[in-house]
Design a binder for this molecule. Structure first.
Ligand code: NAP
Length: 297
């Protein structure tokens, strides 16, 4: 392997360390409320990691577990109560949520000042206006990782594969704000590899195992793999994951990048697991501190 590793475990420890120092200076204890609806085994693991990260930084983590059959209005009421509580700094709703509920309208109840995931329409609006308050956690985590490893961004060509509101579009905007020249590719892009080969920084946020092969990458590129695909041995995708949960006997976690091939060509590469996943968690915790500050301004 020629490429150096963008080790998200190391960079996330550094970010959590900074948050911890700031929390110690506060004199008050920020609190992240995690609302889970129904029982999803992977979600249990992700939530545990988020609560552990709260503990590491001296923050409070509160888990509010709601039954799968909760009516929409009751779930909304729980979030409204959390919005009103002065001791709660940040709120997230752990996904996935049961399909009988309207996820978007439940998420939209979260106050923009407590929106620790940074997914809400107001926070996206502030971001795209160039004045972000709470940045979406995964894109913010990727930027923190690039900064931790002193990867220059200004003037470089960044290609992002994927245009979701939670990853692709916001990471494009954050890179643009740091003076990268940005191209966004998606499922309708023609000749994807002709575009990805131009990238100095290539970010794959697609949800297709090993879509990015060595033939699609320029020598010396920095490659960030956001993809987290839980796949069966047959290759079937069983879950789009949003965290760095472990591998079970029947399934394994695979990124959007063919790590083995691409690591021979890239200058830097993030692994799956231990890359973007831990940075997303650390960034969520850092966002909770930002929420705490915003509510006191
Ligand atoms: P998403 O909402 O499903 O978006 C996927 C994007 O990929 C879409 O814009 C889609 O294009 C594009 N796409 C699909 N097939 C393509 C192809 N063959 N060529 C080029 N583009 C293609 O997914 P997401 O929420 O952004 O998540 C992407 C991946 O990141 C998933 O594996 C997810 O599990 C992972 N993730 C990881 C973390 C973490 O903490 N590490 C956090 C969030 C997400 P269209 O818009 O044209 O459909």
């Amino acid at each position: 392997m020629a490429a150096k590793l963008l080790d998200g475990k190391l960079s996330s420890e550094a970010l959590l360390g900074q948050v911890k120092s700031e929390v110690m200076r506060l004199g008050t204890q920020p609190c992240l409320a995690i609302v889970s609806i129904g029982e999803n085994p992977s979600s249990q693991i992700y939530m545990k990691k988020k609560l552990e990260a709260c503990q590491k930084t001296g923050m409070k983590g509160e888990l509010i577990a709601l039954p799968a059959k909760i009516p929409q209005e009751e779930a909304v009421r729980v979030l409204q109560d959390l919005n009103a509580r002065e001791d709660v700094s940040g709120i997230i709703v752990q996904t996935p949520i049961p399909s009988n509920l309207d996820a978007a309208s439940i998420q939209s109840v979260i106050s923009p000042y407590k929106d620790a995931d940074g997914f809400g329409i107001e926070n996206l609006g502030w971001l795209f206006a160039g004045k972000p308050k709470i940045k979406p956690a995964t894109p913010a985590g990727i930027m923190a990782m690039l900064s931790h490893y002193r990867i220059p961004v200004a003037g470089r060509h960044a290609v992002i594969v994927g245009r979701s509101n939670t990853v692709g579009k916001p990471i494009a905007q954050l890179l643009l704000m740091e003076d990268a020249t940005v191209t966004i590719a998606h499922s309708k892009t023609r000749d994807l590899s002709q575009i990805t080969k131009q990238a100095d920084i290539l970010i794959a946020a697609v949800g297709k195992p090993k879509l990015i092969t060595s033939k699609m990458v320029k020598k010396g590129a920095v490659v960030v793999d956001v993809g987290m695909n839980r796949v069966l041995e047959s290759g079937k995708i069983i879950e789009k994951a949003d965290g760095d949960a472990g591998t079970s006997a029947k399934s394994k976690l695979v990124g959007d990048v063919d790590f083995e091939g691409v690591s021979k060509i890239a200058s830097w590469i993030s692994p799956v697991r231990g890359g973007v996943g831990p940075m997303t968690v650390a960034s969520l915790i850092s966002n909770t501190l930002i929420c705490h500050r915003l509510q006191r301004q």
